[in-house]
Design a protein around this ligand. Structure first.
Ligand code: COA
Length: 391
């Protein structure tokens, strides 16, 4: 048996569809709705037959106010008869090597199974947290007039979201095609997609994109399911929740993706912003020095630390690194010191801010003195990371 990992060719389409449709149990009615761009797909070929697939998106994640270029991994699939022989691991390893050679600093993915990705250096990076609020509990009395927006307003909507997303850690920096391909497109289940925004001084300060989905209980009514629920000011929040609440004769809840402790909870009178689901995205530093230098840091942080890191997949990351942060930027250089030590997966989780260095020590994933823990916490602490987009 010979296994080759390579870019997808046009004559692979049948094999790629066969493997991925079965793996993700794609209903026949939804097949063929999206043409796969050849340059994004990698295949595992065994004895002349496609047995595995993966897809690599090129987007960014915002960290510390800067967009870090990312290889977003999706569609990892192996046909049932080829499973259990490390085909998926080979696909991931080769894809990571390719991304490293291309200079990509970071990679992220949503894991169907965590252990596969931990083996190749990923760790939890940011939660995707879905909240719901009963429409009767939402703040009302907003004074901004909600407007229906169209594709003609997209530039203004993108400007609003970019200002909002760049102030959060973990959000996707969406390429333009992402909007057109995934955000403003029709719903896969053929639900209508509705768009509303509010303006202050002519500028969009909040917007929502939503569908009216099946009610959670019973047959009567519907739920407001937001693709995006973005607000930048208190008045934008109040005006969007006011218009959402006006659906309440038939609708039950507003559902949206929000922060691990979402600020909307601070505008609602009781503890009525309820968790629906939390699922962790994973991430990995592909080029350690490039990724640490690519993200931003708190403007008041001045700290430095030396860390010894092991990486069994991308050996270039293995070594001792000196990390110094000042004026919002980091400098990374090889070093001879051996103080704190960890592996690439743990450092990746510390880099995103999801794992505090203190907890990394408690879980046996980081060896560090109290001084090094404090330095790492000063550097990588900050707003808790979270992510709204699915891929
Ligand atoms: C998940 C999947 C891609 C694994 O493919 P595979 O080639 O069998 O995986 P590998 O042989 O490379 O496994 C490597 C490691 O991943 C983990 N792993 C693999 N399959 C797993 C599963 N079904 N459940 C939990 N862990 C699994 C194990 O740690 C395994 O190492 P081990 O065999 O030494 O225990 C395959 O089962 C599949 O296509 N499933 C359906 C689609 C899917 O879930 N894709 C993942 C989307 S994120």
């Amino acid at each position: 048996m010979s296994l080759e990992i390579r870019p997808m060719r046009s004559d692979d389409r049948e094999g790629v569809h066969r493997v991925s449709h079965q793996a993700f149990n794609v209903p026949k009615s939804q097949r063929g709705k999206h043409e796969l761009p050849l340059e994004q797909v990698r295949v595992a070929e065994e004895d002349g037959r496609v047995v595995g697939t993966t897809r690599v998106y090129d987007f960014g994640h915002w960290f510390g106010g800067r967009s870090v270029q990312t290889a977003g991994i999706a569609m990892v699939a192996v046909s049932p008869e080829a499973r259990g022989h490390k085909v998926a691991e080979a696909l991931m390893t080769e894809t990571l090597r390719e991304q490293r050679a291309a200079g990509t600093p970071f990679s992220s993915l949503y894991p169907a199974t965590v252990s596969l990705y931990r083996r190749v250096g990923y760790e939890y990076a940011a939660p995707r947290t879905e909240w719901e609020v009963n429409l009767r509990s939402l703040p009302k009395g907003g004074v901004l007039e909600p407007e229906v927006w169209t594709d003609d307003d997209l530039d203004e909507i993108i400007a609003c979201r970019t200002a909002w997303a760049s102030a959060n850690n973990g959000q996707l920096d969406r390429p333009r095609w992402w909007w057109e391909d995934r955000i403003t497109t029709p719903d896969w289940d053929d639900l209508d997609v509705y768009r509303l925004c509010v303006r202050e001084g002519g500028e969009v300060t909040g917007y929502m994109i939503y569908t009216q989905g099946k009610p959670k209980r019973g047959d009567w009514g519907y739920e407001i399911g937001c693709r995006d629920f973005v607000w930048r000011t208190p008045e934008a929040a109040r005006s969007l929740t006011t218009v959402a609440a006006r659906h309440r004769s038939l609708a039950h809840h507003l559902q949206f993706y929000g922060a691990p402790v979402d600020p909307l909870a601070f505008l609602v009178n009781e503890q009525d912003v309820k968790l629906v689901e939390r699922f962790n995205m994973m991430g990995r530093l592909v080029d350690l020095p490039a990724a640490i230098e690519a993200r931003g840091y708190g403007p008041h942080v001045e700290a430095s630390v030396e860390v010894t890191v092991t990486d069994s997949v991308l050996g270039e990351n293995t070594g001792t690194w000196s990390i110094s942060v000042a004026e919002g930027r980091a400098k990374v250089a090889p070093s001879n010191g051996t103080r704190a030590s960890t592996d690439i997966a743990t450092l990746s989780a510390i880099w995103t801010g999801i794992l505090s260095p203190h907890d990394a020590v408690r879980t046996g994933r980081l060896e560090a003195s109290a001084g090094d823990v404090a330095a790492l916490e000063a550097i990588f602490g900050g707003r808790a990371p979270w992510v709204a987009d699915w891929f």
